[in-house]
Design a protein around this ligand. Structure first.
Ligand code: AMP
Ligand code: MG
Length: 346
């Protein structure tokens, strides 16, 4: 699984390198955070002029891993403990803001996206860096955890004060937090006037400015083979995030068990291989990609519209690609891509 991921990333970076055609070759920096490589593509002067920049970004990412990962010992874990004990929790403005956005997306997706899925993520064994256990959880245990108890919908968010009726809460921000981390790095680069730049967290990325007044071109991986299904054009500020069943999975009895679960059934989603979303920021792109992955054929396009997403594509379980008309305008299909491609809308 890991080898495939790294190979995939290599193709992505190649595609990126090919797009930067101005003389001043950008510098690449790589940090490992949030379980993935975070690649920064920056103008060569950025780090030369501010040697502390990378250290600042790294320490922000380390704090982020602690505070936004439910199974670490940081702010999110403390929130889960407080809510499970029936206590109110005074959150940082950043965490409260992210919870409010996650709650909005839960409502807009009728529960397809719900960070309250954490107990199920743990039950399936997708919360740590180890492979999940050899035997999938028992149906009765999955059934007992599926449903709405401990959902983000149950939270009352009053400014930074978070309250809920007592229930077991394992809020897991894994479907949205990488977007927040990428946005924070982009904000930091913006404050320092660093552009053009690209922040790429394992294929989920956001761009600042554009190389020599051109658009960025980024590669979208094919879910079931090496290489790309195509390339997507981004302009300054935009984010493109992908949720895929190939990112974290095991195969058991010929079935692919992966990390994106339908909170309403408790099982990994089987109707979709990948969803890519383009949005004006990382948080929305990240959450929407996970959300639309779970919604799938039951109206992903309509839900995307409700979230304010115009450009999105979905690869269904058979490998067929569906995309919105505005994604089609940005997307160049790879010559090797043999799938049917369906353009939705007009
Ligand atoms: P992503 O790679 O952004 O699609 O996020 C996947 C991660 O989000 C998983 O590893 C879980 O931690 C979490 N997750 C899984 N299913 C859901 C869901 N239905 N809603 C919200 N978060 C989820
Ligand atoms: Mg996501």
């Amino acid at each position: 699984m890991r080898a495939r991921l790294i190979l995939g990333l290599a193709s992505l970076v190649l595609a990126l390198a090919a797009c930067v055609q101005n003389g001043d070759a950008p510098a690449e920096y790589r940090l490992f955070a949030m379980g993935t490589w975070v690649d920064l593509t920056l103008p060569p002067a950025a780090v030369h002029d501010r040697p502390e920049l990378l250290r600042e970004i790294e320490s922000e990412l380390r704090a982020f891993e602690r505070d936004y990962y439910a199974w670490a010992d940081g702010e999110l874990a403390a929130l889960n403990r407080a809510l499970s004990a029936g206590r109110a929790f005074e959150a940082s403005a950043e965490l409260a803001g992210l919870l409010a956005e996650a709650q909005r997306i839960e409502a807009a997706t009728e529960g397809a996206f719900d960070p309250g899925v954490g107990a199920l993520v743990e039950l399936w064994g997708f919360h740590g860096s180890d492979d999940p256990p050899p035997t999938p959880p028992a149906a009765a245990v999955i059934y007992a955890l599926a449903g709405r108890a401990g959902s983000i919908a149950d939270l009352s968010i009053d400014g930074t004060l978070i309250r809920a009726a007592e229930a077991e809460y394992t809020l897991d921000l894994g479907g949205i937090a990488k977007g927040e981390a990428v946005d924070r790095i982009v904000a930091k680069l913006g404050e320092r006037g660093i552009a053009p730049a690209l922040v790429n967290a394992g294929g989920d990325l956001r761009v600042v400015g554009a190389p020599a007044e051109r658009a960025w071109r980024i590669g979208i991986l094919a879910p079931r083979r090496e290489g790309l299904i195509g390339t997507l054009r981004l302009v300054g500020g935009e984010a493109a995030f992908t949720s895929g069943d190939y990112e974290r999975y095991v195969e058991r009895d010929g079935q692919r068990l992966h990390h994106i679960l339908d909170p309403r059934t408790g099982y990994p989603v089987t109707h979709t291989q990948a969803v890519t979303v383009l949005a004006a920021n990382g948080v929305l792109a990240d959450a929407a990609a996970t959300a639309l992955f779970v919604v799938g054929p039951a109206g992903w396009e309509r839900v995307a519209e409700g979230l304010g997403i115009e450009a999105a594509l979905r690869v269904d379980a058979t490998g067929r690609i569906e995309m919105t008309a505005s994604m089609r305008d940005r997307f160049q299909i790879d010559a090797d891509e043999g799938s049917d491609i369906i353009i939705l809308g007009h």
